[in-house]
Design a protein around this ligand. Sequence first.
Ligand code: GLU
Length: 478
Amino acid sequence: MTVRVRIAPSPTGNLHIGTARTAVFNWLFAHHHGGQFILRIEDTDLERSRPEYTDNILAGLRWLGLNWDEGPFFQSQRLDLYKTAVQKLLDQGLAYRCYTTPEELEALREAQKAKGEAPRYDNRHRHLTPEQEAAFKAEGRSFVIRFKIDDDREIVWNDLVREKMVWRGSDLGGDMVIARASEDGIGQPLYNFVVVVDDIDMQITHIIRGEDHIANTAKQILLYEALGAKIPVFAHSPLILNMDGRKLSKRDGVTSISDFQKMGFTAEALVNYMTLLGWSPPESTQEIFTLEAAAKVFGFERVNKAGAKFDWAKLDWLNSQYIHHLPVDKLTDLLIPVWQEAGYKLDGRERPWLEQLVALIGPSLTRLVEAVDMSKMFFSETVELIDEGSKQLQQEGSSAVLSAILAALENQPEFTEATAQDIIKQVVKQQNVKKGLVMRSLRAALTGDVHGPDLIQSWLLLNQIGWDKPRLHQAINV
Ligand code: GLU
């Protein structure tokens, strides 16, 4: 048997971290078994589905490296298949038309509430006679199609994560609506039904999804049986929680993959982190791995039942590890769009210069976007002089030191790291000052700050774009 799994996002929002993590588990499982990973877009909710969300979902999955083998399939293009399946259930007497009005349903709910009972449909139209149906139609009532659920049925499955699961038909709220009406008969089919029709049609063998779908699984198993199909294996992965133990939500800041991307996480670190949300590798000390490496050892026996806490510090740590291990040219490719997004003009900045800058700031980065602040002094012509920088420039001897540096610079045909070191040594001697004063004054003059990346390397970069001398001149006049 070839393993076939799927991810089935609804395009009613951007790619959510929970959906992406479900995609990761599906991808890992498919690759572990040499199977197929299928992408299906569940866009039957016409009012809330938007093409831009579909684009965001596809782009997010691609960015994370979660390539799919088949699809994307769109449910909105498969309505005929669903209608045929509804008709099949109607013909077999497993489903029926229910004419109960919204007002009647509301009255039923109120009565149940008053008795302290859980709301459920009371299956009142399960056995209508043709005459009763005709009378409802004559009244102008609309209908929905309901699937019969036997209250006494016990529904049992062996979940790959949660082990033996037992539900009763009576837990499922009465006969379930599987489709609405339309002018000419069967209309819009509903979520639980189309999922099953699609999963049967696409020959899905394992359904891996979040544990918020457990109640749906109980209903869906009954539909598999009714449609005469083999029931797939289910695996319900734990939810992602915030540090307070509540379900991660918009209130926690970011929840969509594109937000994480904007915050400066690399795809590799994020996907690595998501893999660890609920799963641990057999060598639990080994926390940094590619999807391919994780797939080799992935299995549900190492997926937790308990919710997975989202730990920003750990994600940051992983991200910094990835950034620090990236070759300079790769990191440069990632930072160019970050700088452009910040409005920095890159024209005239040669690639070797950019790579030199990346080599300078790369080791201090945790998130890619930090490069914006860290490299501001190399992209904006005027330096921002912070208070301590300004104090440094007003220190006794500072101006003289800077003038001496400028004078020494004038005589250099070529400026290299060695030249820079020589100039500093020469000025220390000539001005009879401590090296610290020279370094601090130089840093304040060139960068406006008293802290920052390696001074000599920064100077070299500024010299190459001709910004060091003007800054020194300006600092002397502070
Ligand atoms: N469209 C559903 C969701 O986005 C998919 C559920 C499933 O995997 O069956 O949650």
